[in-house]
Design a protein around this ligand. Structure first.
Ligand code: 5AD
Ligand code: SF4
Length: 480
């Protein structure tokens, strides 16, 4: 791996320093407020959408702390509310807009409250305008390219009193060195690349997250090393299409090379990554996984459809044969691999036969878990303009059939794990069943067991005695 900074992709240090100076001004004001009132101002960050957004929100939380805010889990006692939005489906946008609507009364109670809306939804001009006109109590908006400008936006709003609608940056660049406040002390997200060049015809991501850019390998390896030294046990490398990692870097490095470098770091941890595109999932990558010490035998490989014609119109640039070939190779090299996927039901023009093709692929591949979505037209994408949209009732009937089949498959897939003893990273008391603790296996399956508070963040061994489509249940043996 060649050393060297990847200059053309990276936001300059002077731009980051300028934001640090704004943050220091706000911090001084928040310190003064605390000295005067005895109360520290608080920030609340709400996140919609994918892991990339979760990771961005950890940066928003980090910047909030840098600006002298304490973090709070309740919007009612916040002085700063940041809503990090998603645009992938209409449902995500509607949910965010409805919650933003509910904050009107908080602003009425506390006129000094600052409300900012950011992320994918407001990167779209029509949504930014909607916020501007219909949500007058929102103080500022900023899109995915301007995340690093949060301190400047707050400073300008406070100094001028005027609402701020930050335009997108000329270029989507990587901003290194921003403060991050991680929610967990044992699981971490690490972005390796941002944006997407694929333009699948249904997808809004390339329009709201810009073109692909990769972080320099040295920066990623250093971040992961620091996390492992701090005791993190489960690290997920993130990117819209991790297999494109390195394509736009001056170094000759691909994702498999990056994984090899990270795998050399000593420690007791698992490395995961998402998301992979089947068109670029290489045998080299699978070989690296199979021979690694730390890469979990788990692969998320979105298939989207089991019809070659639908895949063609989706602009996915692979067919079902190619997809199945990757699955076969993966299972040959790692018989214990967990494979999960994304499926879209009701893409424009999807016929009954196309949909049957998807069901057939489900039966052949037997995914451990599936994230299934009803197609949602996204303004500005080619598929939204297609005339042969599938009627809503057909979409939802197909969706139900898909779920029913997948439930059968996942139940069947989980049965062989009954009787096995698995290592599980404990996440603490289960949110859905407070009598039990839950955690994740190497294959990222949820396991429930009777635990104790000090299991949280640690590996435990669980003997599985029952399994359904969604989870494993068992008895904890001992700490390891
Ligand atoms: N409608 C429904 N699902 C979508 N996805 C992306 N765009 C859309 C859309 N317009 C799904 C894809 C992708 C996952 C993150 O979201 O399956 O892999
Ligand atoms: Fe969207 Fe396709 Fe890019 Fe994934 S690869 S983010 S589905 S355009």
């Amino acid at each position: 791996m060649r050393q060297g900074e990847n200059k053309q992709n990276i936001r300059s240090q002077s731009e980051i320093d300028a934001q640090n100076a704004y943050a220091a001004q706000i911090r001084a004001e928040n310190d003064r407020y605390e000295a005067e009132t005895g109360v520290r101002r608080r920030a609340f960050v709400l996140t919609f959408g994918c892991q990339q957004n979760e990771a961005d929100s950890e940066t928003l939380a980090g910047m909030s702390r840098q600006m002298g805010y304490a973090l709070t889990a309740t919007p009612e006692d916040a002085d700063l509310i940041l809503v990090n939005t998603c645009a992938i489906r209409e449902h995500a946008e509607k949910k965010a807009l409805s919650i933003i609507g509910q904050y009107k009364h908080l602003k009425a109670k506390n006129p000094a409250l600052l409300i900012g809306v950011c992320g994918c939804m407001v990167t779209q001009e029509h949504r930014r305008d909607e916020i501007k006109h219909r949500y007058p109590y929102v103080d500022f908006t900023f899109g995915t390219s301007s995340l690093f400008r949060l301190p400047e936006l707050i400073c300008t709003k406070l100094a001028r009193g005027k609402r701020q609608f930050c335009p997108e940056e000329q270029k989507y660049l990587v901003a290194e060195g921003l403060p991050v406040h991680r929610e967990s002390t044992y699981r971490a997200w690490v972005s390796v690349m941002y944006g997407c060049n694929n333009f699948c015809s249904y997808c809004i991501v390339p329009y709201v997250r810009g073109r692909e850019r990769s972080r320099a390998p040295e920066a990623i390896v250093a971040e992961v090393r620091e996390l492992i030294e701090k005791g993190y046990k489960d690290i997920t490398l993130l990117g819209q299409n991790v297999n494109s990692y390195g394509k736009v870097l001056p170094e000759t490095v691909d994702f498999a090379d990056l994984l090899c470098e990270i795998d050399k770091i000593e420690g007791d941890y698992l490395l995961r990554f998402m998301t992979s595109h089947p068109k670029d999932a290489s045998t080299k990558l699978i070989d690296v996984m199979a021979s690694s010490r730390h890469i979990a035998h788990q692969f998320h490989l979105p298939m989207q459809s089991g019809s070659d014609e639908v895949l063609r119109v989706m602009n996915r640039r692979y067919d079902t044969k190619k997809y199945y070939g990757i699955v076969e190779y993966m299972r040959e090299k790692m018989p214990d691999v967990t494979i999960t996927s994304d499926i879209i039901v009701g893409f424009p023009g999807e016929t009954e036969e196309d949909f049957e093709g998807t069901l057939e692929m489900l039966r052949r591949v037997k995914f451990d878990m599936l994230y299934s979505f009803i197609y949602s037209p996204r303004k500005g994408t080619p598929a939204a303009e297609m005339e042969n949209q599938v009627p809503p009732e057909v979409k939802s009937a197909r969706f139900d059939r898909l779920l029913a089949l997948q439930n059968e498959i996942a139940t069947e897939k989980n049965q062989p794990l009954v009787g096995k003893t698995l290592r599980v990273l404990c996440d603490g008391v289960s949110k859905n069943n407070e009598a039990l603790y839950s955690g994740r296996t190497e294959g990222n399956k949820i396991a429930f067991f009777e635990g104790t508070p000090d299991d949280t963040g640690r590996y435990v061994t669980v003997q599985i005695d029952r399994a359904d489509a969604f989870a494993l249940y068992g008895k904890k043996h001992e700490k390891i």
